[in-house]
Design a protein around this ligand. Sequence first.
Ligand code: FES
Length: 105
Amino acid sequence: MPVIQVTTRDGRTRQIEGQVGRSLMENLRGGGIEEILALCGGCCSCATCHVYVEGEWLTHLPPIGEDEDELLETSHERAANSRLSCQIPFSAALDGIAVTVAPED
Ligand code: FES
C-alpha cells in the first residue's frame, strides 16, 4: 500500500498508509492525524487542512486551483509549498509523499 510521510506540529514524523481514490486530507485524518481538522469536510472553504508539501513532491501535484489559491491567501501561515490537502487526490504516484502540518492560523 502506498504511504504518506507526515510531520506533525510537534516535529515528529510518522508514516501512514494511503488509500488511493481518497484525498490526502481524508488519508491524513484516517491515519489519525487529528491536527488536520478539515472543518468544512473537504469543500475548500476552511483551510484547516493546510499542509506544506516537502521537496520535489510539490511538482508531482495537480496545479493549485483558483479557490484553493484564494483560500490559502487568507492564511498567515502560507508558504511557497502550501497546499490544502483536501484538494489533492491521493494516487499511487504519490507513494512516499512527505508533508508537514501547517501551524494553526
Ligand atoms: S478541509 Fe476545509 S479547506 Fe480543506
